[in-house]
Ligand binder design. Structure first.
Ligand code: MF3
Ligand code: CO
Ligand code: CO
Length: 256
């Protein structure tokens, strides 16, 4: 059903079954990658693992060819904030952190999830930005429920990031998801409580704040995709796809 001027779909039971399957497939592929991340692996290896595992599950990598994106997965290392392009020239080294963002299309529906991983022993700063990003994602999820407003979600995430001495990237946010990878609404991870779109049961959304260790400013690489922190400091991100329910939400990409 589409509601009023918001034009945001609320999914019924049959579609929710498909959303769950797509979310589970994306989460399983992310876990498949996680188990293989070691020093010496290249981000092109990750791309291959994602293609193989997604196909094994009967899915398609949603990101491949999306607005011309040249790979099946985004691999964002250290100061790369998001949309890193896998490459045989980028090899993981002890001490790196890497966000792997997997989106799977299965039976006409999409599931989208990411996590940031440590390669071997990492610095205290790296641990801090990873932990902050995970907690910020979970703080946003904790606010999602029917009748909550998007400003409530953004404020909760931004306040926690600041309290932990980090910052929220402004240029990118979450999104509605379902029959397309990216749908309305746009979800900012800053905002004012009591403002913004009111959520309804049956909406599917992603909660995926990008957290920088210091300044929130970002710069774009010449490849047209890769986004980096302007000051070269570390960035981390975690993402779940969630379904809004009357008293909270169901995490569709969890359980791995
Ligand atoms: N999965 C990303 C997200 O969380 C989308 C990246 S679009 C791509 O929204 F084209 F860069 F793959
Ligand atoms: Co997303
Ligand atoms: Co994603």
């Amino acid at each position: 059903m589409l509601f009023g001027n918001a034009q945001i779909e609320c999914f019924g039971p049959d579609d929710v079954v498909r959303l769950r399957r797509a979310g589970r497939a994306a989460a399983a592929t992310l876990a498949h990658v996680a188990a293989r991340l070691i020093p010496g692996a290249s981000t092109a290896d990750i791309d291959r693992w994602v293609r193989e595992d997604t196909a094994r599950r009967g899915g398609l990598p949603s990101q491949l060819g999306y607005h011309g994106f040249p790979a099946a997965v985004c691999t964002s290392v250290n100061d790369v904030v998001c949309h890193g392009i896998p490459s045989p020239r980028v090899r993981l080294r002890e001490g790196d952190i890497i966000n792997v963002d997997v989106t799977t299309q299965l039976d006409g529906f999409h599931g989208d999830t990411s996590a940031t991983f440590a390669i071997g022993a990492i610095s205290a700063d790296a641990q801090h930005v990873i932990e902050t990003a995970r907690r910020c994602r979970d703080a946003g999820i904790a606010v999602v429920r029917a009748r909550a407003r998007l400003g409530d979600v953004g404020a909760a995430v931004d306040e926690l990031a600041r309290a932990l001495g980090c910052s929220v990237v402004r240029e990118f946010g979450g999104h509605g998801i379902g029959r397309t990878m990216h749908a309305e609404p746009h979800i900012a991870f800053t905002g004012t409580r009591g403002r913004g779109l009111r959520l309804r049961a049956g909406m599917a959304l992603t909660i995926e704040p990008m957290i920088n260790l210091s300044s929130p400013e970002v710069v774009f690489d010449g490849d047209g995709w890769t986004v980096r922190t302007a000051d070269g400091s570390l960035s981390a991100q975690f993402e779940h796809t969630v379904l809004v329910t009357s008293d909270g939400c169901e995490v569709l990409t969890g359980g791995m």
